[in-house]
Design a protein around this ligand. Structure first.
Ligand code: HEM
Ligand SMILES: *[C@@H]1O[C@H](CO)[C@@H](O)[C@H](O)[C@H]1NC(C)=O
Ligand SMILES: *[C@@H]1O[C@H](CO)[C@@H](O)[C@H](O)[C@H]1NC(C)=O
Ligand SMILES: *[C@@H]1O[C@H](CO)[C@@H](O)[C@H](O)[C@H]1NC(C)=O
Length: 522
């Protein structure tokens, strides 16, 4: 999959080169209250590639790909050093303004009247998830009911049933994994061992067990692989495989909605949306429309959280001490719980007792590790649309924005900012968020921490995601000894682990599989 994507990137890079060469020279001078414009040239890579014969399609393709390439290029800090916190990249007739400092991004998040997320969210529903335009724009049910419903159900005070369900389903996942360790060691990959099981657990905690999560996994991976191209607006020609995978997933959700008893074990997030859209919305939504909406929620939950969990384990395995300090912490928490509750059964045979233990255990290092893993692995473009003319960002009076401008808050450059995080900002330091003294789910308040975006539109799933990663991580630590498989060449570590072609699309994916050896603990 990765392979086909990188040859795709290469092909389209060449195509884009041709278009930019023309457009760069035709670029207009920017007005002086605009952020500096980065002159942006793309090297001509030759014309070895035949793209569609139609010149219009050719242009459109290239234009979309340019935006994807900007993402890759922006990983370099040189733009910021040279042009400051806020700058515009103009290429192939498109302008995108990037915001790269904690001060400017925080100011944008605080001004939620002028800088809003909703237009991007609605457009993504159409462009990426194929929810019909009519349902998104001509029907108030989504904006007036479904969005507030998400907000309410995922709030910290209401999300516990979903988190508890996640633990229960993860306990089953742990049992299934244990049954695969037949000798004293299981030779597998971290993808198979961690990503797939948490995918199944997240899925079951959202849509219940009637949805065939296992069968959907390959389609999900294929769709997600194309996510950055969908987000960049790539036309069908480039994303055929992604469209096929999306259709399969929507088919599966539609079939699920037609299965008697589908709602058994499904979260309120899904049941409330379906009930309301079927009998409160005017006109009612069809099952096909609902299936597309469920798929978008399903992606929101699985797309980032599964890889976030994966990185918690992966990055620790690449540390000199590996998982040892975390085993120590979770064992100590278990032992002190057993002292107070001598009859407690934490083996997994009684999931409710495990749920109670996990909800009460003090696991500061694991909590810090989760935040730190999200800090170094996340690369989201947090989009905000300017909704009135003449707006400025507090602290940056020199720049003025107009209605319709889209600002791209590049949170990765904040997370890797040495002024904020020190000279070792790029390093994974599991205890980093312990040092600050305030360890909260989702990081410390003293350091800018935006894996979930920020302000009123920050990720609504963040409580479920950070609690969920922490609890499932603790559960895995209680049950398994995990180490890197030494039979594989020295595994790369640090930033080489991350596939940078997904810059801007959320938690980064790994560049290659992580081979591990697993045994049961005790
Ligand atoms: C590690 C896991 C996750 C990460 C890194 C993540 C990241 C993000 C980011 C960056 C945004 C955009 C927010 C902004 O621009 O301010 C977002 C939005 C959103 N996420 Fe997540 N997310 C995660 C897990 C989840 C989960 C588990 C769910 C659902 C259960 C979820 C549901 C949503 C929703 C509904 C929004 C739209 C919020 C709004 O428009 O107000 N996310 N997420
Ligand atoms: C909507 O209809 C479903 C049956 O399709 C029903 O179970 C549910 O209670 C109804 N919800 C409301 C709010 O009327
Ligand atoms: C432990 O967690 C449960 C929820 O699972 C909660 O009801 C209980 O109050 C907690 N106990 C303590 C001591 O925090
Ligand atoms: C795990 O399996 C792979 C191939 O299946 C093999 O190359 C590797 O040596 C194995 N590792 C161990 C420790 O058995």
């Amino acid at each position: 999959m990765l392979e086909s994507n990188s040859s795709l990137t290469l092909a389209t890079t060449a195509a884009a080169g041709a278009v930019v060469a023309v457009y760069y020279y035709g670029m207009k001078k920017s007005n002086n209250r605009r952020p500096p414009v980065v002159p942006y040239t793309i090297p001509w890579l030759g014309s070895a590639i035949t793209l569609g014969k139609d010149p219009d399609a050719f242009f459109h393709n290239a234009r979309c790909v340019v935006s994807r390439m900007q993402r890759t290029w922006l990983n370099q800090f040189s733009f910021r050093e040279k042009y400051g916190d806020i700058f515009t990249v103009q290429a192939a007739g498109m302008r995108s303004t990037y915001v790269t400092s904690a001060a400017a991004i925080s100011a944008i998040y605080r001004n939620s009247k002028s800088f809003v997320f909703q237009p991007s969210r609605l457009e993504f529903c159409v462009k990426i998830f194929d929810i019909p335009r009519s349902v998104i724009y001509d029907n108030d049910y989504l904006k007036e009911s479904i969005f507030p419903m998400h907000h309410r159900i995922l709030a910290p005070s209401n999300v516990a049933p979903m988190v508890d369900a996640l633990i229960m389903h993860s306990v089953e996942g742990v049992k299934e994994l244990s049954s695969k360790i037949t000798g004293n060691q299981w030779n597998t990959t971290l993808e198979e061992f961690a990503h797939k099981p948490i995918y199944k657990a997240i899925s079951a905690s959202m849509v219940g067990r009637r949805f065939p999560a296992e069968k959907s996994y390959e389609h999900f991976l294929a769709f997600d692989d194309y996510f950055p191209l969908f987000a960049a607006g790539a036309p069908g020609l480039f994303v055929q495989k992604g469209i096929r995978a999306r259709t399969q997933l929507i088919d599966m959700f539609e079939e699920y909605l037609g299965t008697p008893g589908w709602e058994e074990g499904a979260s309120e997030l899904i049941t409330a949306m379906v009930d309301g859209a079927r009998n409160e919305s005017q006109p009612p939504w069809t099952d096909r429309e609902l299936a597309a909406a469920i798929h978008s929620d399903f992606w929101a939950a699985n797309g980032n959280m599964g890889w976030g969990f994966f990185w918690c384990i992966n990055l620790m395995l690449h540390e000199p001490q590996s998982l040892a300090p975390l085993y120590e912490e979770v064992d100590a928490a278990r032992d002190s719980w057993l002292q107070v509750h001598p009859k407690a059964d934490l083996s997994g045979d009684s999931p409710t007792e495990l749920v109670e233990f996990l909800n009460n255990a003090s696991l500061p290092l694991i909590t810090s590790t989760v935040s730190e893993a999200l800090r170094v692995s996340s690369s989201s473009f947090s989009l905000r649309t300017v909704v009135e003319d003449g707006v400025t960002i507090n602290g940056y009076p020199q720049f003025e924005f107009s209605k319709g401008d889209v600002l791209i808050c590049q949170i990765r450059s904040v997370h890797l900012d040495q002024e904020k995080y020190g000279p070792d900002a790029a390093a994974f330091k599991p205890d980093r968020f312990l040092d600050s003294g305030i360890v909260t789910e989702g990081g410390s308040r003293k350091l800018p921490f935006f894996p979930f975006g920020g302000g009123v539109s920050q990720c609504e799933g963040r409580h479920f995601a950070s609690k969920g990663c922490k609890f499932v991580f603790a559960l895995f630590l209680l049950n398994f000894d995990i180490k890197l498989d030494p039979a594989y060449e020295a595994p790369s570590s640090g930033s080489a682990l991350f596939d940078k072609t997904r810059i801007g699309a959320g938690i980064l994916h790994p560049t290659k599989p992580t081979h591990i050896l697993v045994s049961k603990r005790k």
